[in-house]
Design a binder for this molecule. Sequence first.
Ligand SMILES: Cc1ncc(COP(=O)(O)O)c(C=O)c1O
Length: 350
Amino acid sequence: MSALRRWETAAFAVEPEVNAAFDAARARVAAFIGAPPAALSFNRNATDGNAQILSAFPWDEGDEVVTSRQEHPSLAYPTTYGAQRGHYTLRHFDIMGDPAQTLDNLQAVTGPRTRLITLSHVTSGTGTRTPVAEICRWAASAPFGRPIVTLIDGAQALGQFPVDVTALGCDAYAGNGHKWLCGPKGTGILYIKPTLLSLLWPAEVGAGSAASFSLTDGLHLAPTARRFEYGTRSLPIYSGLAMALDFWGEIPWSDRENRGRALADYLRQRLLDDVPGVQLITPRRWDDSSGLTTFDLPGVDAPALVERLRAHYRVLPRAIGACRVRVSTALYNAEEEIDRMIEGIRATVG
Ligand SMILES: Cc1ncc(COP(=O)(O)O)c(C=O)c1O
């Protein structure tokens, strides 16, 4: 951070120091997701990562992309947009609470023309954890004669449980630092496996992307995932993300996950025990879910309920549609807050 502070006053005089700080942040974040630093690109958000892969892919006539119907706009928009532009045909499947059913549904719409499969690691709407390792293993096994590229949106996964992109076997993994990692907004990360990197044509390039450039010799892209980075950007925020990782790193993963699981279990049990008519949408098991819990309250005006909970009970769930509510429980939440929310829901539901 001190190098970055000096950057604002000494500018190019400290450029090597600043580059070293940026590289250190890259190494720190890469280690966090089990990636080599050369495979990690920094951008603005998870959506950037998804869009960068989709727009750089060398699409051929007749290609198909498989994605789920439950994606956040971060994937739903760029996948649809690419189809509208004629790059590929889009096929959809449903993510289910049972991971085996999710895999079956995905396989049913995947075929010899499928070039890329993309989905969330944890869904935004219901917090369902998808069987990413199984999907990637199957896609990489060339089920129709050639491997199928996998792009995973990890925006809701990073920070909730350990993510090792190498162990998952995905070709690309997009995420951000501002959600469960509590890092600065504007920190997007994109892992690109070297075998995929060599296939891609970044849609946008500029200063920073090149290994070399001359008007006679043309542009030769950087050999690493850095080729997706260009132009002036806010460097301190990436160091801020590395600092957030150091902060969380002081708590062992087992403790972090146990706490996440305990809070989610407690919330779900209290909902089922104490809220008449509640329908839990998120899978009950931690291994199939996350710290997001979504439930329906048939007949209840969810936006009005959420506003009452915010104003009178100091808790901040989110309304999703007319009668659906999503609650995020993170390490820093307390059972007492869950109790308060249940009290507020009961006061409304009766
Ligand atoms: C699964 C998922 N992906 C992506 C995003 C958006 O991430 P970003 O704003 O970093 O693009 C969200 C936000 O809620 C999300 O739930």
